[in-house]
Each structure stands twice: as structure tokens, then as C-alpha cells.
Design a protein around this ligand. Structure first.
Ligand SMILES: *Cc1c(COP(=O)(O)O)cnc(C)c1O
Length: 394
């Protein structure tokens, strides 16, 4: 038996659901890349990305996925042998750090637990001990998509300032931009990066980097620079320089449509929508957790991301549940990654997502828990509905 036929639900943390208008924006002939509307579109996209990152700094668009955005960010500000501090709160800062190591940086990991946010006091203590200022950059993710942790970037900046340390603050916003507040300039972030395919509702293939004045100054002498990623070249007068080659024009049409949607909704309204859907999801998981098998990976509610919830499954293989929701209901959940394989599933509530999509996903999970006779507290979906009904009055 299966009730899977119908609209398939992709509830994984990237790529996320692409709105129909964004898909349709790509259904058009190729256009000239030297003159005309595409040139103006590039300028408008770069300007609108500043609004999304909340910066007066520079923005860059790369034909790349998030990993390309990581390399773009690193190569423009680091020099070989630079000492870099990666703040651990899950898989992704470590992955970014491994990339920096391959590129020739010396990596130090500030150890952290995967169910906790980075502790700003630990950052301050480590930096205060670095009297000679060997550490050139600090790498952190705002939301770690593997653990479901959200880090307090403003508090990390205050910790850096309290230690009077000059290191650049570099932030991965791939799983948070468009989903929760990010204030590049107000929080003193020097380099931020993101990708098109998560909160920004566009197919994978574009990476975005934003740089502040301190990062642009360091860039001048950074020796990891390579031609493709180089900010200086991309600031040149010719349109093709902005992409170091042919612009990925259909992805740009798509991203244009997605940013139009996001700006029409309002960035703050989108953040608020994500918060309400996250709270509803958390209400469901809290109810299910009473059965002692499911549990939040992130114990402190204040450290749980607004875009992704990581649910631990104790004593049984989580694949039983994720296979059930996929095969029987047409709902694809995120699997546990980075050591959580078989021990967790992840519910994405990120990007183009509304109440019925989240409630439908939660409903399929609860159906699976019942059908598989996995012990769980009842009423998770009801708790989610109550949470939304209270937050969204008539
Ligand atoms: C998805 C993700 C990435 C990597 O993006 P890719 O497009 O898969 O290369 C990096 N950081 C975070 C936080 C992510 O969620």
C-alpha cells in the first residue's frame, strides 16, 4: 500500500523547493551577454544581494555551488601559511576549514559539541591568548545544516572585539540567508557567503560572496588569489568580468525571480514566516519526544535553527522512518549526515515553504511513527497546528 502519488514533498535542507515562477523564469531563449538587459540585471542583482546580506560592501556572483562560494571567500583574503580558526558546531565549519587546509592555510579548530552553539566566551579566551595575532581569520557557520545549530554571530563579533583581535570574521550563511536575521555590517562581519539553492529558492549553481572594507584591504595582498574567483578582476569594467566568462544567465533569470518574490514578501516577513514554521516544527518534535525515542539534537531551544530541525532517533535506525515517509507518503526528509547516519533525520523548513507544506511533512512523519509502531508522544501535528493558530490570528 502507498499513498505517495501526488505532489512530492522535498523536505531536505537543500536544494529546497523552487517556486513555479522561478522555474518558469528560466524557460526563455538565451540572450546577448555583452549588451542589453542582462547587463542591467547583473547590476540589479548585485545591488539586491547587498539588501539581502545587509551590507554596503561589495557583492560577487559565481557560477558555483556553496563549496565554490567557500573557495571564493577563502582565496580572496588568505595567504599560504595563514593561521585560521574554525569554530565547530557541526559538520560545515569543519568542511570549510578542510578546504582552507588544502588551499595552504594552517587550520586550528576551536572544539565544540554538535548539539550546542559556539560559545562566544571560548572564542574570546582563545583570541586573547593569541598575543602575536597569528590568527588571520575566524570561520563560522550561522546555521549548521548537519547539526541544526544556530550560532550567535553578533555575540561572536563582540567576543572578537573584547579580545581586541584583528582577525577577519568569515560567516557561512548558506542555510540561513533569507531565513533568519543576518546583519553583515551591523554585526561587523568581514566576509559572508551563501548559495542560491536554500533560503534563496533557486536551483543550485550560484554562489554569492559579500565583502566588507577590511576584507577588501586584506584582499590586495592575499596570495591564495586565483583568476576565476578574484574580486579585483570581477570589479573590472566589462560585463563578462563579473562572471569571469559567460554569465550563467538562466540561473540569473531564476535568481532574479526568486529575489523579486523575497523582496515582495519583505525580508523581515520571510524571517518571521520561517520562525513561525520552525516553532510549529519544534512543537511537534517536543510532543513526539515524550516517547523517549525521538529527541532534539539541539537541546537548548535558543540554539535551534529557524531553517532546519535535526531530530535524533535513539535505538532504531532512522532510515526505517525516512524510507516510510518517502515510499509511502512521497515526503523526502533529510537524512542524518556527518556522523548522524542512521541516527537522525532532518526536517527542512527553509525557503519556499508554507504552513500546509510543513504540516504535511509533520503529518507524514507522525503517520510513519504510528505505522512503524515507534514509541512517541501523541499529538505532534496538533501541537504544530496550535502553535501556528496562536501565532497567526484571523
Ligand atoms: C549546503 C551547505 C553548504 C554547501 O553547499 P553546496 O552547494 O552543497 O556546496 C555549505 N554550508 C552550509 C551551511 C550548507 O548548508
Amino acid at each position: 500500500m502507498s499513498v505517495a502519488n501526488g505532489r512530492q514533498f522535498l523536505s531536505i535542507p537543500g536544494p529546497t523547493n523552487v517556486p513555479d515562477v522561478v522555474l518558469q523564469a528560466m524557460m526563455r531563449p538565451a540572450v546577448d551577454i555583452y549588451t542589453g538587459p542582462l547587463v542591467a540585471m547583473t547590476d540589479a542583482l548585485l545591488a539586491d544581494l547587498k539588501k539581502i546580506f545587509r551590507t554596503q560592501g561589495n557583492t560577487y556572483i559565481y557560477a558555483a555551488n556553496g563549496h565554490g562560494g567557500w573557495e571564493a571567500a577563502l582565496s580572496n583574503v588568505l595567504s599560504r601559511g595563514d593561521h585560521v580558526l574554525a569554530l565547530e558546531s557541526g559538520r560545515f565549519a569543519l568542511g570549510w576549514a578542510e578546504m582552507a587546509k588544502v588551499m595552504g592555510a594552517e587550520i586550528e579548530v576551536l572544539p565544540g559539541e554538535w548539539h550546542r552553539a559556539v560559545a562566544p566566551a571560548a572564542v574570546e579566551a582563545r583570541l586573547a591568548a593569541d598575543k602575536s595575532h597569528r590568527i588571520k581569520a575566524i570561520m563560522v557557520v550561522q546555521v549548521d545544516t548537519a547539526s541544526g545549530v544556530v550560532n550567535d554571530i553578533a555575540a561572536i563579533r563582540r567576543a572578537i572585539d573584547a579580545a581586541k583581535h584583528p582577525a577577519l570574521l568569515m560567516v557561512d550563511c548558506v542555510a540561513s540567508l533569507g531565513c533568519m536575521p543576518f546583519e553583515m555590517d551591523a554585526w561587523g562581519v568581514d566576509v559572508a557567503m551563501a548559495g542560491s539553492q536554500k533560503g534563496l529558492m533557486t536551483p543550485p549553481g550560484l554562489a554569492f560572496v559579500a565583502s566588507g572594507p577590511r576584507a577588501e584591504a586584506v584582499h590586495k595582498t592575499a596570495n591564495m588569489k586565483t583568476h576565476y574567483w578574484d574580486w579585483t578582476f570581477r570589479q573590472g569594467p566589462e560585463h563578462y568580468q563579473k562572471y569571469c566568462g559567460t554569465p550563467p544567465e538562466h540561473l540569473l533569470f531564476a535568481q532574479r525571480a526568486a529575489l523579486d518574490m523575497l523582496l515582495a514578501e519583505g525580508l523581515e516577513a520571510a524571517w518571521h514566516r520561517h520562525a513561525l514554521l520552525a516553532r510549529a516544527t519544534h512543537a511537534a518534535v517536543a510532543a513526539w519526544s515524550e516517547g523517549q525515542v525521538l529527541a532534539f539534537n539541539v537541546r537548548d531551544p535558543r540554539e535551534r535553527a529557524m531553517s532546519i530541525t535535526n531530530v535524533r532517533v535513539n535505538g532504531i535506525n532512522s532510515a526505517l522512518l525516512t524510507d516510510y515517509t518517502r515510499e509511502k507518503c512521497g515526503v523526502t526528509l533529510g537524512l542524518g549526515i556527518g556522523g548522524y547516519e542512521g541516527k537522525a533525520f532532518r526536517i527542512a523548513h527553509m525557503g519556499h515553504t508554507n504552513a500546509p507544506m510543513v504540516l504535511g511533512t509533520l503529518g507524514a512523519i507522525e503517520m510513519g511513527l504510528k505505522a512503524l509502531k515507534i514509541p512517541h508522544g501523541s499529538g505532534g501535528v496538533n501541537a504544530a497546528i496550535d502553535s501556528l493558530a496562536a501565532a497567526v490570528p484571523a
